[in-house]
Design a protein around this ligand. Structure first.
Ligand SMILES: Cc1cc2nc3c(=O)[nH]c(=O)nc-3n(C[C@H](O)[C@H](O)[C@H](O)COP(=O)(O)OP(=O)(O)OC[C@H]3O[C@@H](n4cnc5c(N)ncnc54)[C@H](O)[C@@H]3O)c2cc1C
Length: 406
């Protein structure tokens, strides 16, 4: 035990044990590094309810790309997800509420077993924390809040509210969109409101989802119906992004009215909506850190960037941050280079920032394109979607990119 006030020494301290932070700790484990994982909540895997019914699904789900699945598999966490539950989607249908534009994607077009996987967020976190619990070189600090963080020579010192101190060559902020560590280290961000709120819930529908992810672009925002596991393929998770001023109206409806409104907004693509879980909602804000790194510190996942959920790419980008940062740290360790060295960290930034910016720009462009009612833009949407649908090579490229395999 270190003296009171003295800091426990680590190579890497990861702050935040969500999907990004827990994945990073695991990706670095077993390589001779001393790792600490600091999390505000308890670090025990969250309980996973067994029943397949609307109220028992986690309303927060992620559409994971095959590439993200591969990463979780390499960390030993995919097994836990498979043992619990998930739903592979093999087909995707996207259409425009204001015209005839429609595009269909199918796994056969890219010769893959699935386009992606809908997984409840708590199932991903539980599978990761289960692996963390078995890793002797990850020192867990659960229910710990940050009090201070500062550079001390070539190391970074983290002070927790309960008086514990940690010192590391590298401190990684994986503490989410409102990252405290990012603020303590004075990283700057650029941010703006999308003017949308995302309403999420689990629903039961009259018709089966056929392992298809459905997305309808309404002028007030996109509505996604994502397939969940369960008998008759009747359960879906919804992400309904909608103008701020309309969100309160939807949230104020009783369940029966909300189900009717949802069936109408989705053009009853799955028939009537029979039941829905309590709704949760999140303000949507685009946020991007100007720099992802400084000497002795790095940002990953939502601490570095938040993005509109319309293409379900947020944590997929975060997991790619994790893979690249771990790769650079481990390559550095083989050459005896400190994980906190600025040059090493800049390589991580160079490899990730461009791709993240590209995806953020594309999401912003989509959102703007579909919310406009002007005739030329409607024409562009209708013809653009039909055109892409008829160009197999371009479509193939788009699909591979969205699946993280392009
Ligand atoms: C409605 C909606 C739908 C989405 N759908 C998708 C999708 O389909 N696919 C996809 O890829 N992405 C999706 N996303 C984005 C995805 O949810 C996020 O990108 C992802 O959860 C971010 O993970 P993270 O680990 O970076 O951060 P978080 O999940 O926010 O985890 C941060 C962790 O840090 C902890 N923490 C916070 N502050 C502190 C502190 N001071 N000290 C210690 N610990 C702290 C928290 O308790 C938490 O455990 C969606 C987002 C929204 C809002």
């Amino acid at each position: 035990m270190p003296e009171p006030g003295a800091a426990a020494q680590f190579d890497v301290v990861v702050v935040g044990a969500g999907i990004a932070g827990a994945s990073l700790a695991l990706a670095l484990s077993g390589q001779g590094l001393a790792i600490a994982l600091v999390e505000a909540r308890p670090l025990a895997p969250p309980p996973l309810p067994a029943p397949l019914e609307v109220a028992a699904f986690d309303p927060r789900v992620s559409a994971l790309t095959p590439r993200s699945r591969q990463l979780l598999d390499s960390l030993g966490a995919w097994r836990g997800i498979e043992d619990y539950r998930h739903c592979a989607y093999r087909h995707m249908t996207v259409w425009d509420a204001q015209g005839t534009g429609r595009i269909d994607f199918d796994r056969d077009e890219v010769d893959a077993p699935a386009l992606g996987y809908i997984v409840e967020n708590r199932a991903i976190v539980a599978a990761l924390l289960d692996r963390v619990a078995g890793a002797a070189d990850i020192h867990c600090h659960g229910e710990a809040t940050l009090a201070a963080c500062r550079r001390e020579g070539v190391r970074t010192r983290v002070e927790l509210a309960d008086g514990r101190c940690l010192s590391a060559q590298l401190v990684v902020a994986a503490d989410g969109a409102l990252s405290t560590l990012r603020d303590l280290l004075e990283f700057r961000t650029r941010e703006w409101d999308y003017g949308h709120r995302a309403i999420v819930a689990s629903i039961e529908t009259a018709r089966g989802h056929r392992h298809t992810a459905w997305q309808r672009f309404l002028p007030s925002g996109p509505l996604a119906l994502l397939p969940l596991p369960g008998a008759g393929e009747r359960f879906c998770s919804i992400v309904w992004s909608i103008d701020e001023e309309l969100a309160d109206d939807l949230l104020g409806l009783d369940d029966a009215e909300f189900c009717r409104e949802l069936a109408r907004a989705s053009e009853a693509c799955l028939g009537a909506v029979l039941a829905c879980s309590p709704r949760r909602h999140f303000p949507l804000r685009q946020r991007h850190a100007v720099d992802y790194v400084q000497a002795g510190a790095a940002l990953v996942g939502d601490a570095a960037h938040t993005i509109h959920p319309l293409a379900g790419q947020g944590i997929n980008l975060g997991l790619q941050d994790v893979a690249v940062l771990a790769e650079e740290i481990l390559a550095g360790a083989r050459r005896d280079v400190s994980p906190g060295q600025l040059e090493l960290l800049r390589r991580y930034q160079r490899r990730r920032k461009g791709e993240n910016l590209l995806m953020m720009g594309a999401m912003d462009g989509f959102k703007r394109l579909f919310e406009q009612d002007a005739l030329p833009l409607r024409w562009l949407r209708n013809n653009g979607m039909r055109g892409v649908d008829r160009l197999p090579l371009l479509k193939h490229q788009l699909m591979r990119h969205a699946m993280g395999i392009g």
